[in-house]
Design a binder for this molecule. Structure first.
Ligand SMILES: *[C@@H]1O[C@H](CO)[C@@H](O)[C@H](O)[C@H]1NC(C)=O
Ligand SMILES: *[C@@H]1O[C@H](CO)[C@@H](O)[C@H](O)[C@H]1NC(C)=O
Ligand SMILES: *[C@@H]1O[C@H](CO)[C@@H](O)[C@H](O)[C@H]1NC(C)=O
Ligand SMILES: *[C@@H]1O[C@H](CO)[C@@H](O)[C@H](O)[C@H]1NC(C)=O
Ligand SMILES: *[C@@H]1O[C@H](CO)[C@@H](O)[C@H](O)[C@H]1NC(C)=O
Ligand SMILES: *[C@@H]1O[C@H](CO)[C@@H](O)[C@H](O)[C@H]1NC(C)=O
Ligand SMILES: *[C@@H]1O[C@H](CO)[C@@H](O)[C@H](O)[C@H]1NC(C)=O
Length: 251
């Protein structure tokens, strides 16, 4: 998605929405992923988190993920893959199914790139952060795909160079789920065609995913007395304000 497309999305001041507990998980539908990291194992027989758990536990040298593997930075617990996939040297598509497990009525998405065979960092943003609005807070099949993601500005890559695309979905309570796909840059004609068979926004009832643009505004001095007046705190006023904005923007 380019910046202009993002700006045409229905806008909503996303931080004002109602929070709830989530356990969202992501599947990268295009161009693939390092592997299945939807694993949640290592809980006790009763299903509880082991006492003193650090999120990743080792039993006889075997890792287990009582909270779930996708919470591990930077790539959801998955090592660099041997099966790199080709991605156009001019930029390409990313498709995601965001709704594995319940609790992802909304989620923030970050898509980043790390360069080299084993990136030292994933500091290069590919798209501005955006929020999805899922069809429900339960598991859903819907997916979305951004067909034309450009490379970061001022980055030049050559055919044959390797990089890793990192996709982060932050749950509404702020915790981040990680997924990566290892790519090799290729001429666009050497990459399998991107079309509706592998890159689509779901349109079926109960699978549609909306997009919310995120932005900030400077603190308006003139609004401060309004927001701080009366016996309520600023925070107490936020839900009412959110309702007003949502109603006026979702038309
Ligand atoms: C790479 O191989 C793993 C393990 O077989 C598989 O789960 C994953 O989907 C593959 N990734 C790509 C991009 O082909
Ligand atoms: C947890 O799952 C991972 C990935 O499948 C596996 O390597 C590991 O052995 C499992 N750990 C336990 C304690 O079952
Ligand atoms: C991130 O890694 C790249 C190499 O891929 C390096 O050139 C760059 O300086 C690093 N940036 C930061 C902020 O560490
Ligand atoms: C790209 O590089 C040019 C020249 O060095 C610089 O002026 C510009 O700010 C850079 N753009 C970004 C987004 O870093
Ligand atoms: C990219 O990765 C592939 C497969 O892992 C490797 O064979 C190739 O040498 C790497 N390319 C570069 C430029 O390091
Ligand atoms: C869509 O792309 C796939 C390869 O990615 C290709 O096999 C298929 O023929 C294409 N479909 C159409 C209608 O062009
Ligand atoms: C999916 O929707 C986004 C946001 O409107 C848009 O940028 C993107 O191009 C759409 N994807 C497809 C495959 O049409």
């Amino acid at each position: 998605m380019d910046g202009l497309n993002m700006l045409r999305l229905p806008s909503l001041i996303a931080f004002l929405t109602t929070w709830s507990l989530v356990a969202a998980h992501t599947v990268v539908t295009y161009p693939g992923w390092r592997g299945n990291n939807l694993i949640t194992n290592g809980t006790t027989v009763s299903g509880a988190i082991p006492e003193g758990s650090l999120g990743i536990n080792y039993v006889d040298g075997q890792p287990s993920y009582p909270y779930g593997m996708q919470w591990q930075y930077p790539c959801g617990g998955m090592p660099m893959s041997r099966n790199r996939t080709k991605w156009p040297v001019t930029g390409g598509a990313i498709g995601v199914q965001p709704g594995w497990f319940s609790g992802h009525a909304t989620a923030l998405f970050y898509i980043n790139m790390g360069f080299g065979n084993e990136p030292m960092n994933y500091s290069h943003n590919l798209v501005p952060v955006f929020q999805i609005a899922g069809p429900s807070n339960s598991f859903y099949h819907g997916s979305f795909c951004l067909p034309r993601i450009s490379l970061p500005p001022n980055v030049t890559v050559n055919v044959g160079d390797n990089a890793t695309i990192q996709i982060i979905e932050t749950a509404v309570h702020g915790a981040a789920l990680y997924n990566c796909v290892d790519i090799t840059f290729a001429e666009p004609e050497d990459v399998p065609q991107v079309n509706r068979s592998n890159c689509e926004n779901s349109t079926l009832q109960g699978e549609k995913i909306g997009f919310n643009l995120l932005y900030t505004t400077p603190n308006q001095e003139s609004a401060a007395p309004l927001l701080l007046s009366g016996s309520n705190s600023f925070l107490a006023l936020l839900p009412a304000l959110a309702g007003t904005l949502a109603a006026s923007l979702w038309v």
